[in-house]
Design a protein around this ligand. Structure first.
Ligand code: AHG
Ligand code: MN
Ligand code: MN
Length: 311
């Protein structure tokens, strides 16, 4: 590639082409592509918010929606016309809403913007999406067909899995998602850890587990943004992210439907694991859209080890 511009005489694999080559079912691949495009609109919105921080004003002088709500509006409006989505569940909405004709094949669960409080600090934030083929509540087994997340950082990257491995794409200057890494495979064990929650609120088993990791020389890597924190573990091919049960909130902070299921789906596809400290995240029944769960996610050795400390 010359001077950062793609050399189109070479065979560039973009997202659509990758999904086609991987044999992802047509409606699913069109939906994933549309959501990836929505990521560009959300990124434009984030950019606008940062311009405001820098003293620019909305040209219409209107009251602005919070970034979380704006991202949700963008996602909801775009999916409305996708033709493939019958229901939309979002961290920003109180209930699951009907979408389009109501006959689309898929149900989308979204955390349209994760980590919005980090925007003013210019740290990375993200969008998390789960795509389900069946109704999502009260199912004792997993209903997912695919998952993806987008990271808005120095680069915009997108990781998707449609059940055939986990793959990373980078948005290039021409606005295309270009394949960066195919079939990401986690190592058995890593060397970083990312622990959420305040230490004084941790339960004794978790406390001992973290002390063990520290003794073993694991490096602390916690930005406070779930998407970049998980992305670091995945791209480094090892380590652990955890947001544990806390004294006052035994189910932790992160939501099963919008945050944990999609990440667990991707991590498992990369050969890693995700549990609540005991059971696989993907085996848990989502009782309601706000259902939270503790989480231990990353390479196998650390997730298995956590289990031993938590019994
Ligand atoms: P959201 O912005 O969607 O509400 O989620 C924020 C989450 C997640 O990004 C992160 O892992 C966690 O909150 C951080 O929590 P602490 O501030 O308690 O560390
Ligand atoms: Mn979130
Ligand atoms: Mn959010």
């Amino acid at each position: 590639m010359g001077e950062g511009i793609n050399d189109y005489t070479k065979n560039i694999v973009d997202l659509r082409r990758h999904m086609w080559m991987a044999g992802v079912e047509e409606e699913l691949r069109r939906l994933i592509w549309q959501i990836a495009v929505v990521g560009k609109y959300i990124s434009a919105k984030i950019h606008e918010a940062n311009r405001k921080l820098a003293g620019f004003k909305n040209i219409y002088g209107e009251d602005q929606l919070s970034l979380d709500r704006a991202a949700d509006e963008i996602m909801k409006n775009q999916l409305q016309y996708s033709g493939f989505v019958r229901e939309y569940a979002s961290e920003e909405l109180r209930e699951i809403v009907k979408t389009g004709s109501g006959r689309g094949k898929y149900i989308v669960a979204a955390d349209p913007l994760d980590g919005s409080s980090l925007v003013e600090t210019n740290l990375a934030i993200g969008t998390i999406i789960g795509i389900h083929k069946e109704a999502i509540l009260d199912k004792g087994r997993n209903t997912m067909a695919a998952a993806l997340y987008i990271t808005y950082g120095p680069l915009i990257t997108m990781i998707y899995s449609a059940g055939k491995g986990a793959h990373e794409f980078v948005l290039n200057r021409e606005g295309e998602y270009v394949l960066a890494q195919e079939n990401i495979v986690m190592k058995e064990k890593g060397s970083i850890f990312s622990p959420g929650g305040l230490r004084r609120d941790w339960l004794p088993g978790h406390q001992k587990f973290v002390e063990h990791l520290e003794k073993e020389g694991y490096k602390l890597r916690y930005s406070g943004g779930f998407v970049p924190d998980i992305n670091q573990v995945l791209i480094k091919r090892g380590g652990l992210f955890t947001y544990p049960a806390l004294l006052k909130s035994p189910r932790g902070k992160l939501r099963l439907l919008f945050e944990l299921q999609p990440m667990a789906f991707i991590m498992e596809q990369a050969g890693g694991m995700a549990t609540d400290g005991k059971d696989d995240i993907l085996s848990l029944k989502v009782e309601n859209i706000n259902h939270c769960s503790p989480v231990y996610i990353g390479s196998r050795a650390e997730v298995e080890l956590a289990k031993q400390f938590l019994v």
